[in-house]
Design a protein around this ligand. Structure first.
Ligand code: FA5
Length: 348
């Protein structure tokens, strides 16, 4: 046979003639077996012009997938027909249903949680439907404060709580900080809160529903070196031993001092150049991860913790973002992650 189209049409006509499971097995061997049509064709790829080879190879692989799928479907329909006719041969091998896999975001959540659990952080998911108090007031952002604008929010049209304010969809996992302080009543606190967050954003780098993970550590004498050590630990565990974290001054209303955290680029390892040329992945040597800082004394007081005795650090990052950075791929559109497109999801 000369090309994959010829193999395909021959296969389709044989497929139509299959009336029993043994016919099906023969067709399967003829096309997918070790010396079958597909493998024979693949072994001849080396004779094709190099510029054509990739295209033809891809096409044959697609055909192989299609043949497998069609044979599986045929098998299911034959078995169902047999069952109907009450001619069940219990000695025949069973058939396998196609297997699904975990969504990449679920894979990332499990990995992040495991990394922090190893150093004693408790994995929790605080509510995504939240009160205004936890998302803002408890975090040093009173009603009308301009910092609230950084966390554009979906409010729920319902009767406000007399003390906790309006109900909303939490715009960040920092709303779990006050809840955890009040749950434990007393430090030490080591929490990793991984939960859904919502903001009315919809563009190539923003989705209205996304995940964040929030670390919170409060104890006596916690200082910046503990924060930096934890960031370095996470970066090495998640991205690889050669990667490093760095912090840059920033502002958040609920941490003081506040930082943005960067991770050294996996292509140039912080140098910004590869073989004398500007690194194409990062351009500057570093990639932005998310926010962090030392917990503001106001936030500790709101959590009934004495800021003279205790101090802490916190950080909060987007799960989708760290996942993409780890896999070293840039999605042209972050919304693809939630499009339910199996061709995208099958890659992980
Ligand atoms: C915050 O949400 C702070 N709460 C983080 C923090 C926690 C700082 C603790 C200090 C201490 P920011 O708005 O920058 O910060 O969001 C953090 C990350 O969430 C972003 O870097 C991004 O990765 C992710 N993110 C935010 N909005 C979206 C969105 N609409 N779609 C996808 N990811 C988003």
């Amino acid at each position: 046979m000369s090309d994959s189209d010829t193999i395909r049409s021959a296969f389709l006509s044989e497929l139509n003639k299959i009336t029993s499971l043994s016919d099906l097995e023969n067709v399967k061997i003829r096309y997918l077996g070790r010396k079958g049509e597909i493998n024979t064709f693949l072994s001849k790829l080396k004779n094709i012009q190099p510029n054509e080879r990739k295209k033809v190879g891809l096409k044959v692989n697609e055909l192989k997938k299609e043949i497998k799928k069609r044979l599986e479907e045929r098998k299911v329909s034959l078995l169902l027909r047999q069952e109907k006719e009450l001619k069940i041969d219990v000695t025949l091998p069973g058939f396998k249903y196609p297997r699904g896999g975990l969504h990449p975001v679920t894979i990332a959540i499990e990995e992040v949680a495991k990394i922090f659990e190893k150093i004693g952080f408790i994995h929790l998911s605080y509510p995504e439907v939240e009160w205004e108090y936890y998302a803002f007031e408890s975090l040093n952002m009173p009603d009308g404060h301009p910092a609230r604008d950084d966390f554009e929010t979906f409010f729920i049209d319902s009767k406000p709580h007399p003390k906790l304010g309006q109900m909303l969809l939490t715009p960040h996992t920092s709303s779990g900080q006050n809840r955890e302080m009040k749950r434990l009543k007393k430090p030490p606190i080591r929490m990793i809160n991984i939960a859904r967050c919502y903001r009315p954003n919809w563009d190539v780098t923003h989705v209205p529903m996304f995940y964040q993970f929030e670390g919170l550590c409060v104890d006596e004498r916690i200082n910046l070196t503990h924060l930096k050590g934890t960031l370095d630990y996470f970066v090495k565990e998640f991205f690889g031993a050669k990667r490093e974290a760095r912090v840059r001054p920033f502002h958040f209303q609920f941490t003081e001092p506040s930082f943005e955290v960067d991770v050294s680029c996996g292509a140039c390892f912080g140098k910004g150049t590869v073989s004398g040329e500007k690194c194409r992945v990062c351009k500057s040597g570093w990639l932005e991860l998310g926010g962090a800082g030392m917990v503001h004394p106001f936030v500790l007081k709101e959590g009934d913790i004495d800021p003279k005795k205790y101090s802490g650090f916190a950080f909060g990052w987007g799960v989708e973002r760290v996942f993409m950075m780890k896999e070293d791929f840039k999605l042209d559109d972050l919304r693809t992650m939630y499009s339910g497109d199996v061709r995208f999801l099958e890659q992980f």
